[in-house]
Design a protein around this ligand. Structure first.
Ligand code: NAD
Length: 298
């Protein structure tokens, strides 16, 4: 099986590395050639264009920022459209809107190309460890076809339903994550402003009814946890602007389905404000800094 991997950023890079470790024949491409260098050193072939990567492959995986990038790649890049062979399995692991995923599945199926949406959860740490959760939207047959490839990069592989269902489930999860990250930051700040040590408070809440993933794996307060973005100047990880995009997708989905999402709407406002203040390129746990007191308030 020959695999092409397109989009080698914070997530795509380590995911592609796990495919190499599993012994797959891999060709890689990114608009920023420097992000391919570590993979080429581990044995990947470097393609000069996306079309070149796709031409030799029976499976194509993409990990791109948003729906417009994925649609541009598979529907508007004429060289890629020509290079994709009938029977190819296209796995898009980017977080995009469900409508785009459904359109891509329909347009590509007209050329006998199998497209599935397979967004992930687990962050850069999960991508590196090969323990991602994959949430797949597609037919049962396409899900089965993708499983051996996804198992090389993840631990939990879910079939959420038909095309687009993977994206809807992913958006629900990320809306909840945004709410939890903002709520955890607010609670930690409240404790610190009242004399508590954030290390001690984090341990207490981890063993109490406020326990959640952000406290267990991704504490937003600098110095509480090693090897997380908060202890590295909020560099790397999952960008504020990507969370802002996901909350926009969640709000669009809520409007279309007449679903009340007041907590999600508040999280969208907080992340929007945080981005406007110049933090769009930082990890999303930096929302913690939005709750900082000025010296005069202390
Ligand atoms: P990133 O910005 O680090 O990486 C995106 C990469 O895509 C960049 O290297 C960019 O150069 C490349 N790219 C963009 N357009 C391209 C094109 N047309 N052809 C080739 N390469 C192209 O983003 P990321 O953090 O890796 O996230 C990727 C996707 O995964 C997003 O949809 C995001 O929402 C989702 N996601 C991210 C995380 C996380 O923790 N970072 C977790 C789960 C899901």
């Amino acid at each position: 099986m020959k695999i092409a991997f397109i989009g080698l950023g914070n997530m795509g890079g380590p995911m592609a590395a796990n495919l190499l470790k599993a012994g797959f024949d891999l060709t890689v491409f990114d608009l920023q050639p420097e992000s391919a260098a570590p993979l080429v050193a581990q044995g990947a072939k470097l393609a000069g264009t996306a079309a070149e990567a796709v031409a030799e492959s029976t499976v194509v995986i993409s990990m791109l920022p948003a729906g417009r990038h994925v649609k541009a790649l598979y529907l508007e890049n004429e060289e890629v459209v020509r290079a994709l062979k009938p029977g190819t399995l296209v796995i898009d692991s980017s977080t995009i809107d469900a409508e785009s995923a459904i359109t891509l599945a329909r347009e590509l199926s007209n050329k006998d190309i199998n497209f599935i949406d397979a967004p992930v959860s687990g962050g850069v740490a999960g991508a590196t460890a090969g323990t991602l959760t994959f949430i797949v939207g597609g037919t049962q047959m396409q899900f089965k076809q993708a499983q051996p490839v996804l198992e090389a990069m993840g631990k939990n592989i879910f079939h959420a339903g038909d095309h687009g269902a993977g994206q809807v489930a992913k958006i629900c999860n990320n809306m909840l994550l945004a709410v939890l990250m903002a709520g955890t930051s607010e609670a930690l700040r409240l404790g610190m402003n009242n004399g508590l040590d954030p290390n001690v408070l984090s341990k207490i809440m981890q063993q109490s009814s406020g326990a959640n993933w952000t406290l267990d794996k991704y504490n937003p307060c600098p110095g509480v946890m090693e090897n997380v973005p908060s202890s590295n100047g909020y560099q790397g990880g999952f960008l504020v602007d990507l969370m802002k995009k996901d909350l926009g997708l969640a709000m669009d989905t809520a409007v279309q389905s007449n679903s009340p999402t007041p907590m999600g709407a508040l999280a969208q406002s907080l992340y929007g404000l945080h981005s406007l203040k110049g933090n769009g390129g930082k990890d999303f746990s930096s929302i913690f800094t939005l709750f900082e007191q000025n010296d005069k308030d202390k």
